[in-house]
Write a protein that binds this ligand. Structure first.
Ligand code: PMV
Length: 317
Protein backbone atom coordinates (compact mmCIF):
# COMPACT_ATOMS: atom_id res chain seq x y z
CA UNK A 1 0.00 0.00 0.00
CA UNK A 2 1.51 3.36 -1.01
CA UNK A 3 1.95 6.48 1.14
CA UNK A 4 -0.58 9.28 0.78
CA UNK A 5 0.11 12.99 1.19
CA UNK A 6 -2.23 15.97 1.37
CA UNK A 7 -1.53 19.68 1.91
CA UNK A 8 -3.66 22.59 3.04
CA UNK A 9 -2.88 26.33 2.96
CA UNK A 10 -2.79 28.94 5.68
CA UNK A 11 -5.40 31.68 5.68
CA UNK A 12 -6.04 35.25 6.71
CA UNK A 13 -9.28 36.89 7.68
CA UNK A 14 -9.63 40.11 5.70
CA UNK A 15 -12.75 41.35 7.50
CA UNK A 16 -15.18 40.35 10.21
CA UNK A 17 -13.30 38.21 12.76
CA UNK A 18 -15.10 37.84 16.10
CA UNK A 19 -18.31 39.41 14.73
CA UNK A 20 -18.58 36.26 12.58
CA UNK A 21 -19.05 34.18 15.75
CA UNK A 22 -22.27 36.20 16.31
CA UNK A 23 -23.73 35.64 12.84
CA UNK A 24 -22.19 38.54 10.92
CA UNK A 25 -20.42 37.87 7.60
CA UNK A 26 -16.63 37.67 7.34
CA UNK A 27 -14.21 37.42 4.44
CA UNK A 28 -11.21 35.08 4.44
CA UNK A 29 -8.66 34.15 1.78
CA UNK A 30 -6.10 31.33 1.58
CA UNK A 31 -2.39 32.12 1.93
CA UNK A 32 -0.60 29.52 -0.11
CA UNK A 33 2.97 30.61 0.81
CA UNK A 34 2.52 28.72 4.07
CA UNK A 35 0.98 25.27 4.37
CA UNK A 36 0.57 22.10 6.37
CA UNK A 37 1.42 18.74 4.87
CA UNK A 38 0.48 15.31 6.20
CA UNK A 39 1.83 12.01 4.86
CA UNK A 40 0.35 8.68 5.88
CA UNK A 41 2.84 5.82 5.57
CA UNK A 42 1.72 2.21 5.79
CA UNK A 43 3.39 0.08 8.48
CA UNK A 44 2.72 -3.42 7.12
CA UNK A 45 4.76 -5.10 9.86
CA UNK A 46 2.73 -3.52 12.67
CA UNK A 47 -0.52 -4.81 14.09
CA UNK A 48 -3.81 -3.31 12.92
CA UNK A 49 -4.80 -0.35 15.09
CA UNK A 50 -1.19 0.83 15.63
CA UNK A 51 -1.15 4.47 14.58
CA UNK A 52 1.92 6.62 15.19
CA UNK A 53 1.87 10.40 14.94
CA UNK A 54 5.05 12.34 14.23
CA UNK A 55 5.04 16.14 14.26
CA UNK A 56 8.72 17.10 14.56
CA UNK A 57 7.94 20.85 14.23
CA UNK A 58 6.17 20.76 17.58
CA UNK A 59 8.29 17.96 19.09
CA UNK A 60 5.48 15.42 19.09
CA UNK A 61 6.08 11.70 18.66
CA UNK A 62 3.24 9.61 20.06
CA UNK A 63 1.04 6.61 19.57
CA UNK A 64 -2.57 7.51 18.84
CA UNK A 65 -3.70 5.49 21.85
CA UNK A 66 -1.47 7.57 24.16
CA UNK A 67 -3.05 10.89 23.13
CA UNK A 68 -6.05 12.10 25.10
CA UNK A 69 -9.39 11.88 23.31
CA UNK A 70 -9.61 15.67 23.07
CA UNK A 71 -6.16 16.07 21.53
CA UNK A 72 -6.88 17.74 18.16
CA UNK A 73 -4.75 15.27 16.17
CA UNK A 74 -6.35 12.26 17.86
CA UNK A 75 -9.78 13.79 17.31
CA UNK A 76 -9.05 14.27 13.60
CA UNK A 77 -7.89 10.64 13.19
CA UNK A 78 -10.84 9.26 15.12
CA UNK A 79 -13.24 11.55 13.24
CA UNK A 80 -12.12 10.08 9.92
CA UNK A 81 -12.30 6.50 11.24
CA UNK A 82 -15.80 7.04 12.56
CA UNK A 83 -17.04 8.88 9.41
CA UNK A 84 -15.79 5.96 7.32
CA UNK A 85 -17.01 3.35 9.78
CA UNK A 86 -13.55 1.86 10.24
CA UNK A 87 -13.31 0.16 13.63
CA UNK A 88 -9.54 -0.51 13.58
CA UNK A 89 -7.26 1.44 11.28
CA UNK A 90 -4.57 -0.25 9.25
CA UNK A 91 -1.22 0.29 10.97
CA UNK A 92 0.37 3.51 9.79
CA UNK A 93 2.52 6.51 10.66
CA UNK A 94 1.18 10.04 10.19
CA UNK A 95 3.96 12.50 9.50
CA UNK A 96 2.90 16.12 10.02
CA UNK A 97 4.86 19.16 8.86
CA UNK A 98 3.73 22.75 8.75
CA UNK A 99 5.25 26.09 7.84
CA UNK A 100 2.25 27.95 9.33
CA UNK A 101 3.08 29.64 12.66
CA UNK A 102 0.85 28.29 15.43
CA UNK A 103 -1.60 30.41 17.46
CA UNK A 104 -1.06 33.38 15.18
CA UNK A 105 -4.31 33.73 13.22
CA UNK A 106 -3.03 32.01 10.10
CA UNK A 107 -5.21 28.94 10.49
CA UNK A 108 -2.51 26.43 11.36
CA UNK A 109 -4.85 24.18 13.36
CA UNK A 110 -7.42 24.03 10.57
CA UNK A 111 -4.76 23.40 7.91
CA UNK A 112 -3.23 20.48 9.84
CA UNK A 113 -6.70 19.00 10.40
CA UNK A 114 -7.73 19.34 6.75
CA UNK A 115 -4.48 17.85 5.43
CA UNK A 116 -4.62 14.99 7.95
CA UNK A 117 -8.28 14.20 7.23
CA UNK A 118 -7.69 14.17 3.45
CA UNK A 119 -4.49 12.12 3.60
CA UNK A 120 -5.92 9.53 5.98
CA UNK A 121 -9.17 9.11 4.02
CA UNK A 122 -7.15 8.66 0.81
CA UNK A 123 -4.89 6.13 2.58
CA UNK A 124 -8.00 4.18 3.55
CA UNK A 125 -9.11 4.24 -0.10
CA UNK A 126 -12.18 6.35 0.72
CA UNK A 127 -11.53 10.00 -0.27
CA UNK A 128 -13.99 12.42 1.29
CA UNK A 129 -15.83 15.32 -0.37
CA UNK A 130 -14.81 18.88 0.53
CA UNK A 131 -18.04 19.28 2.50
CA UNK A 132 -17.20 16.16 4.55
CA UNK A 133 -13.60 17.29 5.11
CA UNK A 134 -14.74 20.74 6.25
CA UNK A 135 -17.36 19.27 8.60
CA UNK A 136 -14.82 16.92 10.22
CA UNK A 137 -12.26 19.73 10.55
CA UNK A 138 -14.95 21.89 12.17
CA UNK A 139 -15.39 19.28 14.90
CA UNK A 140 -11.64 19.48 15.59
CA UNK A 141 -11.74 23.30 15.54
CA UNK A 142 -14.16 23.11 18.46
CA UNK A 143 -11.31 21.65 20.53
CA UNK A 144 -8.95 24.46 19.48
CA UNK A 145 -11.43 27.30 19.74
CA UNK A 146 -14.34 26.47 21.99
CA UNK A 147 -17.07 28.10 19.91
CA UNK A 148 -15.61 28.52 16.42
CA UNK A 149 -17.63 30.07 13.63
CA UNK A 150 -16.34 27.55 11.06
CA UNK A 151 -14.59 30.14 8.87
CA UNK A 152 -11.10 28.63 9.24
CA UNK A 153 -11.99 25.07 8.22
CA UNK A 154 -14.11 26.42 5.34
CA UNK A 155 -11.49 28.66 3.70
CA UNK A 156 -8.71 26.14 4.26
CA UNK A 157 -10.72 23.19 2.88
CA UNK A 158 -11.97 24.96 -0.24
CA UNK A 159 -8.69 26.86 -0.75
CA UNK A 160 -10.47 29.89 -2.22
CA UNK A 161 -11.76 33.26 -1.02
CA UNK A 162 -14.97 32.91 1.00
CA UNK A 163 -17.69 35.23 2.19
CA UNK A 164 -18.64 33.31 5.27
CA UNK A 165 -21.78 33.42 7.39
CA UNK A 166 -21.92 30.94 10.27
CA UNK A 167 -24.23 28.02 9.60
CA UNK A 168 -24.63 28.89 5.90
CA UNK A 169 -23.34 26.89 2.96
CA UNK A 170 -20.22 27.99 1.12
CA UNK A 171 -20.51 31.40 -0.54
CA UNK A 172 -17.61 32.19 -2.84
CA UNK A 173 -17.35 35.44 -4.74
CA UNK A 174 -15.48 37.01 -7.63
CA UNK A 175 -12.21 38.83 -7.16
CA UNK A 176 -12.38 41.23 -10.10
CA UNK A 177 -8.86 42.66 -9.62
CA UNK A 178 -5.93 41.15 -7.76
CA UNK A 179 -4.66 42.97 -4.69
CA UNK A 180 -1.63 42.77 -2.44
CA UNK A 181 -1.60 42.11 1.27
CA UNK A 182 1.42 42.31 3.56
CA UNK A 183 1.17 40.11 6.65
CA UNK A 184 3.17 40.99 9.76
CA UNK A 185 3.65 38.65 12.72
CA UNK A 186 3.88 40.14 16.21
CA UNK A 187 5.63 36.93 17.29
CA UNK A 188 3.25 36.84 20.26
CA UNK A 189 1.34 33.59 20.42
CA UNK A 190 -2.28 34.14 21.37
CA UNK A 191 -4.81 31.30 21.55
CA UNK A 192 -8.01 32.23 19.75
CA UNK A 193 -10.02 30.36 22.37
CA UNK A 194 -9.07 33.03 24.94
CA UNK A 195 -9.92 36.10 22.87
CA UNK A 196 -13.18 34.50 21.73
CA UNK A 197 -14.04 33.85 25.40
CA UNK A 198 -13.12 37.44 26.35
CA UNK A 199 -15.33 38.88 23.63
CA UNK A 200 -18.14 36.66 24.87
CA UNK A 201 -17.69 38.03 28.38
CA UNK A 202 -17.72 41.58 27.00
CA UNK A 203 -20.89 40.87 25.06
CA UNK A 204 -22.56 39.34 28.12
CA UNK A 205 -21.64 42.40 30.22
CA UNK A 206 -22.59 44.98 27.57
CA UNK A 207 -24.81 43.28 24.99
CA UNK A 208 -25.99 46.42 23.22
CA UNK A 209 -22.55 47.92 22.86
CA UNK A 210 -21.01 44.71 21.52
CA UNK A 211 -23.93 43.99 19.19
CA UNK A 212 -23.40 47.47 17.74
CA UNK A 213 -19.71 46.66 17.15
CA UNK A 214 -20.58 43.30 15.56
CA UNK A 215 -23.19 44.87 13.26
CA UNK A 216 -20.72 47.57 12.18
CA UNK A 217 -18.13 44.88 11.37
CA UNK A 218 -20.77 43.01 9.35
CA UNK A 219 -21.55 46.15 7.30
CA UNK A 220 -17.83 46.57 6.61
CA UNK A 221 -17.55 42.96 5.40
CA UNK A 222 -20.51 43.49 3.04
CA UNK A 223 -19.05 46.75 1.71
CA UNK A 224 -15.68 45.01 1.25
CA UNK A 225 -17.27 42.23 -0.77
CA UNK A 226 -18.89 44.79 -3.08
CA UNK A 227 -15.60 46.63 -3.55
CA UNK A 228 -13.77 43.37 -4.36
CA UNK A 229 -16.46 42.18 -6.80
CA UNK A 230 -16.68 45.56 -8.49
CA UNK A 231 -12.91 45.69 -9.01
CA UNK A 232 -12.07 48.52 -6.58
CA UNK A 233 -9.80 46.81 -4.05
CA UNK A 234 -8.23 50.15 -3.03
CA UNK A 235 -11.48 50.87 -1.21
CA UNK A 236 -10.58 48.08 1.19
CA UNK A 237 -7.93 50.26 2.84
CA UNK A 238 -10.27 52.57 4.79
CA UNK A 239 -12.53 49.60 5.52
CA UNK A 240 -9.58 47.80 7.12
CA UNK A 241 -8.82 50.85 9.27
CA UNK A 242 -12.45 50.99 10.42
CA UNK A 243 -12.52 47.26 11.14
CA UNK A 244 -9.34 47.57 13.21
CA UNK A 245 -10.92 50.33 15.29
CA UNK A 246 -13.91 48.06 15.97
CA UNK A 247 -11.61 45.21 17.03
CA UNK A 248 -9.79 47.61 19.36
CA UNK A 249 -13.15 48.52 20.86
CA UNK A 250 -13.90 44.80 21.34
CA UNK A 251 -10.66 44.60 23.32
CA UNK A 252 -8.78 42.17 21.10
CA UNK A 253 -5.96 44.37 19.82
CA UNK A 254 -2.68 44.84 21.70
CA UNK A 255 0.13 47.40 21.80
CA UNK A 256 2.24 45.17 19.52
CA UNK A 257 -0.57 44.84 16.96
CA UNK A 258 -1.34 48.57 17.10
CA UNK A 259 2.35 49.39 16.62
CA UNK A 260 2.56 47.23 13.47
CA UNK A 261 -0.73 48.59 12.11
CA UNK A 262 0.54 52.14 12.60
CA UNK A 263 3.93 51.33 11.05
CA UNK A 264 2.25 49.87 7.96
CA UNK A 265 0.06 52.94 7.52
CA UNK A 266 3.05 55.27 7.94
CA UNK A 267 4.97 53.28 5.32
CA UNK A 268 2.27 53.86 2.71
CA UNK A 269 -0.22 51.03 3.26
CA UNK A 270 -3.76 51.92 2.15
CA UNK A 271 -5.13 50.45 5.37
CA UNK A 272 -4.25 47.91 8.04
CA UNK A 273 -5.84 45.80 10.76
CA UNK A 274 -5.23 42.85 13.02
CA UNK A 275 -6.28 39.52 11.51
CA UNK A 276 -7.75 36.54 13.35
CA UNK A 277 -8.21 36.16 17.07
CA UNK A 278 -6.01 39.14 18.02
CA UNK A 279 -3.98 40.11 21.16
CA UNK A 280 -0.99 38.72 19.26
CA UNK A 281 -0.57 36.78 16.06
CA UNK A 282 -0.71 38.59 12.75
CA UNK A 283 -1.84 41.86 11.28
CA UNK A 284 -2.46 42.59 7.61
CA UNK A 285 -1.99 45.68 5.44
CA UNK A 286 -3.34 46.49 1.98
CA UNK A 287 -0.67 47.95 -0.28
CA UNK A 288 0.03 48.60 -3.94
CA UNK A 289 2.30 45.86 -5.33
CA UNK A 290 5.12 48.42 -5.62
CA UNK A 291 4.82 49.56 -1.97
CA UNK A 292 4.68 46.05 -0.51
CA UNK A 293 8.45 45.56 0.08
CA UNK A 294 8.73 48.95 1.84
CA UNK A 295 5.71 48.15 4.05
CA UNK A 296 7.19 44.73 4.87
CA UNK A 297 10.52 46.39 5.76
CA UNK A 298 8.74 48.95 7.96
CA UNK A 299 6.92 46.13 9.76
CA UNK A 300 10.20 44.31 10.40
CA UNK A 301 11.70 47.59 11.65
CA UNK A 302 8.72 48.01 14.01
CA UNK A 303 9.28 44.56 15.51
CA UNK A 304 7.49 42.05 13.24
CA UNK A 305 9.17 38.67 13.64
CA UNK A 306 8.11 37.58 10.13
CA UNK A 307 6.42 39.15 7.13
CA UNK A 308 4.71 37.63 4.10
CA UNK A 309 3.72 39.46 0.92
CA UNK A 310 0.77 37.70 -0.68
CA UNK A 311 -1.34 38.48 -3.72
CA UNK A 312 -5.06 37.77 -3.64
CA UNK A 313 -5.48 36.65 -7.24
CA UNK A 314 -8.38 37.33 -9.58
CA UNK A 315 -11.03 34.66 -9.20
CA UNK A 316 -14.14 33.96 -11.22
CA UNK A 317 -16.38 33.38 -8.19
O1 PMV B 1 -8.11 31.25 13.98
P1 PMV B 1 -8.04 32.73 14.04
O2 PMV B 1 -7.19 33.25 15.13
O3 PMV B 1 -7.77 33.32 12.70
O4 PMV B 1 -9.47 33.29 14.46
C1 PMV B 1 -10.63 32.90 13.87
C2 PMV B 1 -11.59 34.02 13.81
C3 PMV B 1 -12.50 34.28 14.99
O5 PMV B 1 -13.59 35.01 14.46
C4 PMV B 1 -11.81 35.13 16.04
C5 PMV B 1 -13.01 33.01 15.64
C6 PMV B 1 -13.94 32.20 14.76
O6 PMV B 1 -14.14 31.04 15.08
O7 PMV B 1 -14.48 32.72 13.78
Amino acid sequence: MPAFTASAPGKIILFGEHAVVYGEPAIAVPVTQVFARVTVLPEPREERGQVRILAPDVGLEARLDDLSADHPLAAAVRGVASALDVARLQACTLRIASTIPVASGLGSGAAVSVALIRALAAFLGRPLTDAQVSALAFEVEKLHHGTPSGIDNTVVTYNRPVFFVKGHSLDTFAIAHPFTIVIGDTGVSSPTKETVADVRRGWQAQPERFEGLFAAAGSIARAARQAIEAGFPDRLGPLMDENHALLQAMGVSSPALDRLVEAARNAGALGAKLSGGGRGGNMIALTSPAAAPAVAAALAQAGATATIITEVKSHAG
